[in-house]
Design a protein around this ligand. Sequence first.
Ligand SMILES: [Zn+2]
Length: 387
Amino acid sequence: MKFTPWHLTWPVLLVAIAMLPASTHLSAQAGTELHAAAGTTPQTTAKPKAKPAKKLVKKKAKVPKGPPPTPAKVLFGAAKAPAPLAARAIGFYAKGCLAGAKAISVDGPTWQVMRLSRNRMWGHPSLIAQIERLSKDGKEHDGWPGLLVGDISQPRGGPMLTGHASHQIGLDADIWLTPMPDHRMSKREREDLSATSMLAEDRVSINPQVWTEAHARIILRAASYPQIERVLVHPAIKKALCENKSLPRTHLNKVRPYWGHHYHMHIRMACPKDSPGCTPQPVVGTEDSCGKEVDDWIARMKRIYAPRPPIPEPKIAVPKPKPKPKPEITLADLPAECRMVIGNTAPPGPSPFADVTKPDAAKPAGSKPDDDAENAEPAAPAMARKK
Ligand SMILES: [Zn+2]
């Protein structure tokens, strides 16, 4: 029998003990792989499973997003006839709609409607009556031969596909500063005739070749009616009215300086009594705003139109980030009543203006965007800059 002394077996035992943790770890790893292959996971490996579950939740959250709602201007721009409801202006001048609209006659004894293809000759009946009265009074008292009527509202009001931010509730109307010609114009002429700008070449003063006393009188006539809250004109026109001491100044406070409006005046009526859902604007003050306010407007315009030295081209073209487009007004943004206005079906029959094919006729040559921001109290330049 062979005898192994104790002192020789010790190193063998120590090596065996040192190897124990390593072999345990290896067996655990092998165990994981086996569970994975079998489609089961041991409890000790629960963490890796939690990650894919989180991703699934995120994907589900994106699913409910459907196509964006149709812009309200598409819905209202497509309406060819008024909503057969009682007449009322709904909402604000730049965010609303119109029920029971009335179209002004294309021809009247003292007016003619322009750009028939636009189908924007619809308004609250009280505004239509007001335009007719202005045309009659202007001819009788102001030496104004008759009105050329521009845009009023769409058959159901609302936002428009092109142009104006306001004109949505049937209480705004553009009246050209071109006197009515002495003949009935054809539909074609009404599309093609350009309105006359009242501005001189510097674009900040009146052109005395076209501006007359009759222009001043018809503007002040429009402002004289209690139902008319504002008459928007170019600051150069306001300045000319301020400087004319021969005319009554009683209603000059209602004639407000604003961008554009050098070839037409924009008349805005107060909310009618039959329209409780109409949101009024603040009433204009009694100040004629002939001093600092109009001078600030003119000064600002001079700065804008002043000739500038050419800007040197940068050596490396840096692409400018595109500004984010403004979110479209949708039906949900308008007063709830507008759903009923746009939802009501039009009475059958073709539009009387369907034979005019030119859609949304171009603006007169050389004209500027007229009243894109005409949706609030027209602010003085200094105030507007703060916004
Ligand atoms: Zn306008």
